[in-house]
Design a protein around this ligand. Structure first.
Ligand code: KG4
Ligand code: ZN
Length: 342
């Protein structure tokens, strides 16, 4: 079964053709990152307009590279939640309209379910149940994937998402946007214990965490140094920040392994590209005798291939959109996006 998938929830306009949820026939990503970098972050209206301009082009390219004609598609899928609403609406409406015009089913997909499904593309034998650490720009949580469309949130952030913390810290350090890859690079060769930074603990919630204290600590360090005319050891600070994020996330995931007894572990989302996190997860998985599934860097950030992978399983579960399907800025991963009304 061939699905054309569209992704437009943030600043990437993407289209992909995926076969049976596992094989990438084409995967096109048109990034607006250079435009938004001028403003130090994503400007929602510019993102929406960028998607309007790019969505037909990337779709045509995805069809061409896969050597598939529109009429040969079995379904069209699109991210319908969560994300910047103006941005999500563009891809969702385009996907729904294309499905309608072709007389094919439309499959609405939850963006974070898509991030998790990136692992199916990289690991053809991976099947639920498994645990996932989701770490993206807007979401950070530990999820038990009971089945392809059955998710239980075991814990998560009480404030900022991991990627958001990376982006804010990068801005304070003048590293630019998007912050995650810049901080990762800045941290190479740095001493992860060069600065003492706080790691959160949420009382009576061992799988919950918080990044606001860590973010504030870095902001205060930067401001104090500026006031005193001192120069920060940037590599050490970036490394200490990466280490603090790792020390926040990885023990929670280890706890989830202990609690559930599930020893198959996936990491998903943009922050899954972080080299410190990947190393620490690999060590932890070895210690816990767990199998770790880390998608390649190319599938960690936003892409449509992951949406096409999840769409296959949503289709199998009968989760099809009607012509009245809407898009949503927020939606729990456990929610059925098709059944959501507002
Ligand atoms: O999953 P994603 O592409 O978009 C959302 O769904 O939010 O995640 C984007 C986030 C950004 O905050 C970006 O700074 C972060 O992922 N990121 C990283 C790295 N690459 C991307 N964070 C840390 N280290 C990286 N190497
Ligand atoms: Zn994403």
């Amino acid at each position: 079964m061939k699905i054309l998938a569209i992704e437009s929830s943030c600043d990437e306009t993407a289209a992909a053709i995926i076969e049976d949820g596992r094989k990438i026939c084409s995967n096109i990503i048109d990034s607006q990152v250079e435009t938004h970098a001028l403003y130090g972050g994503v400007v929602p209206e510019i993102a929406s307009r960028g998607h309007m301009e790019a969505v037909v082009r990337v779709t045509e390219q995805a069809l061409r590279e896969a050597d598939v004609r529109k009429e040969e598609l079995d379904a069209v899928a699109a991210t319908c939640a969560p994300g910047l609403i103006g941005a999500v609406l563009v891809g969702a409406n385009f996907g729904k309209s294309l499905a309608f015009a072709l007389g094919k089913p439309f499959v609405p997909v939850h963006h974070i379910r898509g991030h998790i499904a990136a692992a199916y593309l990289a690991y053809p034998d991976l099947k639920p149940p498994f645990l996932t650490l989701v770490a993206s720009g807007g979401h950070s949580m530990i999820v038990l994937v009971r089945d392809y469309t059955d998710f239980e949130i075991l814990g998560g952030t009480r404030d900022d998402a991991a990627g958001e913390a990376f982006d804010k810290v990068a801005r304070v350090l003048g590293a630019g946007y998007p912050g995650g890859p810049k901080i990762d690079k800045m941290a190479q060769g740095g001493d992860p214990h060069g600065y003492k930074l706080p790691v959160s603990h949420v009382k009576d919630a061992p799988m919950d965490f918080s990044f606001s204290g860590l973010k504030t600590a870095v902001i205060n360090l930067a401001h104090n140094a500026e006031q005193k005319g001192e120069t920060l050891r940037e590599a050490d600070l970036a490394a200490s920040f990466c280490q603090a994020v790792v020390d926040t996330l990885v023990p929670r995931l280890a706890h989830a392994i202990e609690q559930t007894g599930v020893r198959e572990v996936v990491c998903a989302g943009g922050v899954a590209a972080n080299s410190w996190l990947r190393r620490a997860l690999t060590e932890m998985a070895e210690q816990k005798k767990a199998a770790l599934y880390l998608p390649p860097l190319s599938l960690c950030g936003d892409n449509a291939a992951m949406i096409g992978a999840q769409a296959y399983y949503e289709y199998q579960a009968g989760h099809l959109g009607t012509t009245a399907q809407n898009a949503f800025a927020t939606a729990e991963i456990s929610e059925d996006v098709c059944a959501k009304i507002r």
